[in-house]
Design a protein around this ligand. Structure first.
Ligand code: GDG
Length: 476
């Protein structure tokens, strides 16, 4: 076993850092943005421990290193593994399949074989890094085989798995040629966490149907006596951290500057998403565009800023989406814009966190309208930044966050007329109505932060191992 073993190990596809190369060629690492990193970073710092993941460059083997108090364990991936395991099976097969087949998933046996091989590499690294009886927390859809592979190598470990994206209904999951292998991979964990109850139930039902194990409520009873629990742990954000950032004088000043540079509109409508077909960008732009062309909203009164962070740019579906959005925004601005006055400002770029907080502060209406989303942290970040109890949130029913953020203007993103009506209501909401809704949203977000999420999952994972006997097992 390695010398530097850790009591707590996180395994994720990516390490939580990006490399920065200075002009003189020296390399440093910077903590990277993104849902998973944003969510786990505070937990890791508190617990201490090792993080196993790919460092982001193909065909490069790096030694373990330390960054900001975390022990980082880079896992190498070759260029063809990036293509087949990451861009292929993870983002071309699982991502669309798990998100309601919004885009058609591709099934390729070579991609699957590479997925298996890479998952084994992650499991082997974890087996070497974890101290005896350590707690290991495996993250997300890229690594669903790791729990079983790791259990085989290290039966002493407590293994948890958390899925950040939706877990699909049985009808969709069954399309997967490797459905049984994936379910068995997940069953290597002691606790499998999902964003929503429905997802946990989908999993339990599939295990019963496809693997044939006995199940009862949130428990799976394995023939070897182990009990695997499947439950919902809705993820959240470092809510106090976001609020603190939004209160900084330089962020407040920057928010005012943003509004001014947009021509000081009466209402600023904002969207911030990774450029992904699950986020409902087309429908959202169409809805806002129609409000302008219908004359319901005047171009002098409201502007829409859409930030779309570059994502998975080598995957074909994402290239097509980018062209599509470019065209849609170009047409709308060409049709109804005037010199110095465009209804949609589209930014295909990534920003520092402080700039994100300034955007949130500047926005009167935040539109988060994914067609399907595990949770959606942007919605929660917006709420955390609105300590002034102002602003309105328009939120898709199909984001996991909708289960908690009941006081948002909830919409069906496939229903353009419904979205237009909700947007209009949000745009026109007076200070009293904004404050009534925002107070309720804030209560939810500020009280249910990332610590509560991580503590909830980890304390359940650390609870006494459950085994079943003939007596406790449900009746055959
Ligand atoms: C997956 C699931 C689930 C975005 N642009 C910039 C930036 N971001 C940050 C946001 C937010 C995060 O990235 C995005 O998180 P989301 O939850 O909105 O979406 P996914 O990336 O799809 O995340 C999702 C999540 O995992 C966690 O479980 O909620 O359902 O799909 O934190 O602020 N951050 C910075 N610059 C940007 O330009 N700094």
């Amino acid at each position: 076993m390695a010398k530097n073993t850790a009591e707590f190990v996180v395994i994720a596809n990516r390490l939580p850092v990006d490399r920065v190369v200075a002009p003189d060629g020296t390399t440093t690492w910077r903590t990277s943005p993104g849902g998973l990193v944003t969510a786990l970073e505070p937990v890791m710092r508190r617990e201490g421990g090792a993080w196993i993941g790919w460092h982001g460059a193909p065909d490069e083997d790096l030694k373990p290193f330390e960054h900001g108090g975390l022990q980082l364990e880079p896992v190498p991936l070759s260029e063809s593994e990036v293509v087949e395991y990451y861009e292929g099976f993870s983002n071309g097969t699982l991502w669309p399949l798990y998100h309601d087949v919004i885009a058609p998933p591709s099934f390729h046996r070579e991609w699957w074989e590479t997925y298996v091989r890479v998952n084994r590499r992650f499991a082997e690294r974890a087996a070497a890094v974890a101290a005896p009886d350590a707690v290991v927390w495996v993250q997300d859809y890229q690594l669903q085989l790791v729990p079983a592979m790791l259990r085989e190598l290290r039966p002493d470990l407590r293994i948890g798995f958390f899925l950040h994206i939706p877990f699909p209904p049985t009808e969709l999951f069954q399309q997967l040629p490797w459905r049984k292998e994936i379910l068995e991979g997940l069953l290597g964990a002691d606790l499998v966490g999902f964003q929503q109850n429905g997802a946990a139930q989908n999993f339990i039902r599939l295990v019963r149907q496809r693997v044939g194990h006995k199940t009862h409520r949130d428990a799976v009873y394995l023939p070897d006596g182990r009990v695997v629990m499947a439950r919902a742990y809705p993820i959240s954000i470092d809510a106090a951290g976001f609020e603190e950032m939004a209160r900084r004088p330089e962020v407040i000043a920057r928010a005012a500057e943003i509004r001014e540079s947009l021509g000081s509109p009466k209402v600023l409508v904002l969207g911030i998403d990774r450029l992904d077909y699950t986020k409902g960008l087309r429908q959202r732009i169409r809805a806002f565009g129609e409000l302008i062309t219908d004359g319901a909203v005047h171009v002098d009164d409201a502007v829409f800023v859409q930030v779309a962070t570059p994502s998975r740019e080598r995957v074909q579906q994402y290239k097509l989406l980018r062209d599509d959005i470019d065209r849609l925004v170009g047409r709308l601005n060409g049709d109804v814009g005037r010199i110095g006055q465009q209804p949609v400002t589209y930014l295909h770029a990534s920003y520092p966190r402080e700039e994100m907080a300034a955007f949130y502060r500047a926005a009167d209406v935040m539109v988060v309208t994914p067609l399907r989303d595990g949770m959606n942290l942007v919605a929660k970040e917006y709420v955390a930044c609105r300590y002034d109890d102002r602003g309105s949130l328009v939120l898709s029913e199909f984001a996991g966050a909708a289960a908690e953020l009941k006081a948002a203007y909830q919409v069906n993103p496939y229903d353009i007329n419904g979205m237009k009506a909700a947007l209009l209501e949000a745009i026109k909401a007076g200070p009293k109505e904004q404050s009534r809704r925002m107070k309720s949203l804030r209560k939810q977000v500020m009280e249910n932060d990332i610590d509560l999420w991580a503590n909830g999952f980890l304390s359940d994972l650390n609870a006494e191992p459950t085994t079943h006997t003939k007596r406790t097992r449900p009746v055959e």
